[in-house]
Design a protein around this ligand. Structure first.
Ligand code: FES
Length: 354
């Protein structure tokens, strides 16, 4: 009851007073009393309350979140980090935004087998619950192209769906096509909305692995003109690797490809690592690895030798460290010639990073 009342007051304040005024007022009246009385606003932390929970499929649910005054304006295609505390230990996971409204944003979460945070949220999330969140992050955002193709598999649909909604809602003249692949028709997330969107743009849906002729690649083979578009790709690592390899085989210009990774294989066997010579083109500097650099990521090696590479999450999620592999080989987090130094390792005697 009290929880519900607090949520109503929070919603009213954010809608009618606005984030800027709340921020001004709360920061000027911050003390132990106000912090205890209304910890949602009287805090320096970015946090959000759950205002709605919607089950999309048997293993996905959407949490609509009301962020407090510290949240920044989000863009479709970005993601946020959500932190939960389980048995006294904090766990943080990244989730793409699936909806953006005036006062709220939403994330759509897939329940993973053995997934600690997703299973916890499925069990414990409830209206009014307050969760620490991060600012919106990521570069999987619309770049102003005239015609784009969104490609997704499974829960990779979430940022693509947000982009699709943004472009359709803003009535931009961009020509949008979407190919979404799911395991079975029961797994199709946002099925009704995507079917409705198909009346306004080109949507190939549903594509299931059950119908082997209907996967993403065969769909593009049937419509080769789709490759004239700029592509936004999101899905599991294996799926993305396959699509990127296919695009490379078609000589598709990978600089026109935007990707959003949810995961990649973190159990990388580095084997007998050699002491590579790594040339960082952006800094015009060559690093000769020493014994202490073995087992370090490209980002860690660069830092150990005084080179500051642009980066964000350091976990392979945000894409801010993305570079181009010009020469040599790397293992770990890479897609075609795109390399993510925070989670990639040198794997040949000479490596050139552009
Ligand atoms: S992907 Fe975020 S820093 Fe590398």
């Amino acid at each position: 009851m009290l929880n519900e009342l607090a949520l109503t007051v929070n919603q009213w304040a954010l809608k009618n007073v606005g984030r800027e005024w709340i921020d001004y007022f709360a920061s000027n009246t911050m003390n132990l009393g106000t912090k205890r009385l209304a910890p949602f606003f009287w805090t320096y932390d970015c946090q959000a309350k759950i205002v709605n929970i919607r089950h999309e499929t048997h293993d996905t649910m959407t949490l609509e979140l009301l962020p407090n005054q510290h949240f920044a304006q989000a863009q479709a295609g970005q993601y946020i980090e959500i932190t939960v505390t389980i048995d006294g230990i904090k766990h943080t996971r990244c989730y793409s935004l699936s909806h953006l409204h005036r006062d709220t944003v939403a994330v759509t979460i897939k329940r993973k087998e053995g997934g600690l945070v997703s299973n916890w949220l499925f069990k414990h999330a409830q209206r009014g619950m307050c969760l620490p969140i991060s600012y919106p992050q990521g570069r999987f955002v619309y770049q102003g192209q005239k015609s784009i193709l969104l490609i997704s598999a499974g829960s990779g649909i979430t940022p693509c769906y947000a982009l699709l909604n943004q472009l359709l809602a803003e009535k931009k003249t961009v020509d949008v096509a979407l190919i979404a692949q799911f395991k079975t028709t029961e797994d199709v997330i946002f099925a009704d909305a995507l079917n409705a969107a198909a009346t306004k743009c080109t949507v190939y849906l549903p594509l299931t692995r059950v119908d082997i002729k209907a996967d993403v690649i065969s769909q593009i083979e049937q419509h080769p003109e789709l490759l004239e578009r700029d592509i936004y790709l999101c899905g599991p690592a294996g799926f993305m690797d396959k699509v990127v390899a296919y695009l490379e085989s078609k000589n598709y210009d990978l600089s026109r490809l935007a990707i959003e990774r949810f995961n990649f294989d973190e159990n990388i066997d580095l084997g007998e690592q050699c002491l590579s010579e790594i040339y960082f083109q952006s800094h015009n500097t060559t690093v000769k690895m020493n014994e202490a650099d073995k087992g370090k990521t490209l980002l860690e090696i660069a830092e150990a030798h005084g080179i500051e590479l642009e980066h964000g999450c350091r976990t392979g999620m945000c894409g801010s460290c993305k570079c181009r592999l010009v020469q040599g080989e790397v293992t770990g987090n890479k897609l075609g010639v795109a390399v993510y130094p925070c989670t990639a390792y040198p794997a040949s005697s000479k490596v050139v990073i552009g």
